[in-house]
Design a protein around this ligand. Structure first.
Ligand code: FES
Length: 589
């Protein structure tokens, strides 16, 4: 027991991570400090001040992230104001529309880039600056594995424009206009005019596509400041948010929380709840599965379906609803959505803000009930997403039911199978193609191993049928679909055809049955016939990728129901830099 005259032992704050590089009077300490003298920082600065890494995915080739360079300056200002030292670290930028063969495989490469940059450098906290679809999950996954305090700042939605006074040029509009063009309802001149209008400003897509979905989910996960995700890229408030993020990162550098303090099962449940409430992108399902794998949360597709069954679609935003995300922000943004969703959330989940999700939700307010609906008057009835299983998808497949046609939710039709996208492109409009409105269009071999999972899952409808007024058909693939797209598409069929999944056994003319209410997807062919077909199937072709990242990807990527991460990247591997790395080999002084 302590005697009264014994002096109170002063609680020492935990040693900051960067101190491992800078604290010692030895040769490594000298090298680390003197190296950064060229940046203008003194020995005392580096020893005493917290260090924040600004992980920036800016690129000229990525207009969705084009404003991040300017925002990074605002983050710097915030860090400096709060007494920290900012270092900007450029990372791989993944431009959804430009990079080939598909942006998707590079999410994992960015995640590795982020993880190793965080781990390898003397950083006490990081700001994750993404925007375009894959940049956000890539940064989150890398930060989760490095487990250094991290806070998300996104580029914000762009502001679409209309020079004609007609419909705004949005990514969602592209799909509709392409359909109208192919159906002969839109002139090529009108379509070219649309092309000239689109991409009004830097910033990510302004509907609830994958980027906006991942932005809003960052808030629900607790990894972004409340209300930060939907402020448009060109809005001055985004600069204010960037400064606030910089200031907050300095506090986090000294006391956390780290990703492992935030990203638990409650956080993922909350994120899935928001995903369903906003009718978000199916791509987010894959990203959340991968992120959960990084932090050891045993998340499965079944959990998405369980939550989706009880969460109504309350955000009236495209593609499932009417408005763009700016209107959702004006209605109160994510905090207002959380306010409405309170009965369905884990209110005690932690956030980078320091408050719980419940505290944030309690303080929020809905300003426009047309855009953020009450739970009992949703935008549409039923679940926003549905997970189906059956002999065609033993490990599951997903449907964005809020952007699909309910009349196809119980459907039986003849399969029309395309083995690759080139065959699809060459034959879909062939008048001789044996297809009708009840047919089930199947595109296979576009899964993670087959083709790095491009967004080809919204297969085009045959022109002949569109001219007859057909606007939707049941489509099935082992690929993905853009978050801005719509239609009755069964996506992410797992296991995929390229690894011998049952999708590889389907033949044109087979009957397929979908029953959404029973969550069932069946190939109506007997087990005996399928076994026979499996015996007759040609051996799997060797991968054409014999070297480089694509070789690694094809060898290591997991299936869609597991999140398409690399198996060897599962789990966090927090600070594994041994203390010996920071010791002087010629002794201290
Ligand atoms: Fe980058 Fe849509 S193309 S967010």
């Amino acid at each position: 027991m302590k005697s009264p005259d014994q002096p109170e032992k002063k609680q020492q704050p935990p040693m900051r991570r960067s101190a491992r590089w800078f604290r010692k009077n030895d040769l490594p300490g000298f090298i680390h400090r003197s190296t950064l003298a060229a940046d203008g920082w003194t020995r005392e600065d580096l020893i005493e001040r917290p260090i924040v890494g600004i992980l920036d995915t800016w690129s000229d080739l990525n207009p969705c992230n084009l404003n991040l360079r300017a925002l990074a300056q605002k983050v710097r200002e915030g860090v400096l104001e709060a007494g920290g030292i900012p270092f900007e670290i450029p990372l791989m930028s993944i431009s959804e529309n430009l990079v080939k063969p598909s942006a998707f495989p590079f999410r994992n490469l960015l995640a590795m880039d982020a993880e190793e940059s965080i781990r390898g450098y003397p950083l006490d906290a990081v700001v994750l600056m993404g925007g375009c679809d894959k940049t956000q999950p890539g940064l989150l996954m890398g930060a989760a594995s490095a487990n250094v305090p991290a806070i998300v700042l996104n580029s914000g939605p762009g502001t679409p424009r209309s020079s004609t006074g007609g419909p705004l040029a949005t990514a969602n509009g592209v799909w509709r206009f392409v359909d109208q063009l192919r159906a002969g309802c839109l002139s090529i001149q009108a379509f070219e005019n649309f092309e000239r209008q689109t991409m009004g400003t830097p910033g990510h897509c302004s509907e609830m596509g994958t980027a906006s979905t991942m932005s809003t989910l960052s808030e629900a996960l607790g990894m972004a400041l409340p209300g930060s995700s939907l402020v448009p890229s060109s809005d001055g408030r985004r600069s204010q948010i960037a400064k606030a993020v910089g200031r907050r990162s300095v506090a986090m550098a000294q006391g956390g929380p780290a990703p492992s303090d935030i990203l638990d099962a409650r956080a993922f449940d909350n994120a899935i709840t928001l995903l369903c409430a906003v009718g978000g992108s199916t791509n987010a399902i894959i990203h959340l599965l991968a992120l959960a794998g990084r932090v050891g949360v045993p998340l499965t597709l079944d959990r998405f379906d369980e939550i989706a069954r009880r969460v109504p679609l309350i955000a009236n935003v495209q593609p499932a609803g009417d408005h763009l995300t700016e209107r959702l922000m004006n209605a109160g943004g994510v905090p207002a959505l959380l306010h409405v969703l309170r009965p369905l959330l884990h209110l005690d989940a932690r956030t980078v803000d320091g408050r719980t999700i419940g505290q944030i939700a309690d303080e929020a307010q809905v300003f426009d009930a047309e855009v953020i609906r009450p739970l009992d008057t949703p935008v549409k009835p039923g679940a926003s997403i549905v997970v189906v299983k059956g002999n065609l998808a033993p490990d599951g497949a997903v449907i964005k039911s809020c952007a699909a046609s309910p009349k196809l939710f119980q459907h039986r039709g003849r399969a029309v199978v395309f083995d690759d996208v080139q065959t699809l492109a060459d034959t879909i409009d062939d008048p001789a193609l044996d297809v009708d409105a009840h047919s089930v269009l199947i595109l296979r071999n576009i899964g993670p191993v087959g083709a790095a999972m491009p967004e080809w899952g919204m297969l085009p409808l045959p022109r002949r049928l569109m001219e007859q007024g057909v606007t939707d058909m049941l489509r099935i693939s082992d690929g993905r679909m853009s978050g801005t797209a719509y239609g009755t598409s069964v996506l992410h069929v797992s296991p995929e055809a390229a690894v011998g999944g049952p999708l590889s056994l389907v033949r044109t003319g087979d009957m397929i049955e979908l029953d959404v209410s029973e969550r069932r997807l069946e190939l109506l062919v007997s087990d005996e016939v399928l076994a026979q077909r499996r015996c007759e199937a040609p051996p799997q072709a060797p991968s054409p990728h014999v070297r480089g990242y694509r070789h690694l990807y094809g060898r290591e990527v997991e299936q869609a129901h597991q999140g398409c991460d690399f198996g060897f990247l599962r789990g966090a591997n927090a600070d594994v830099l041994p203390e010996g790395l920071f010791d002087g080999w010629v002794g201290g002084w």
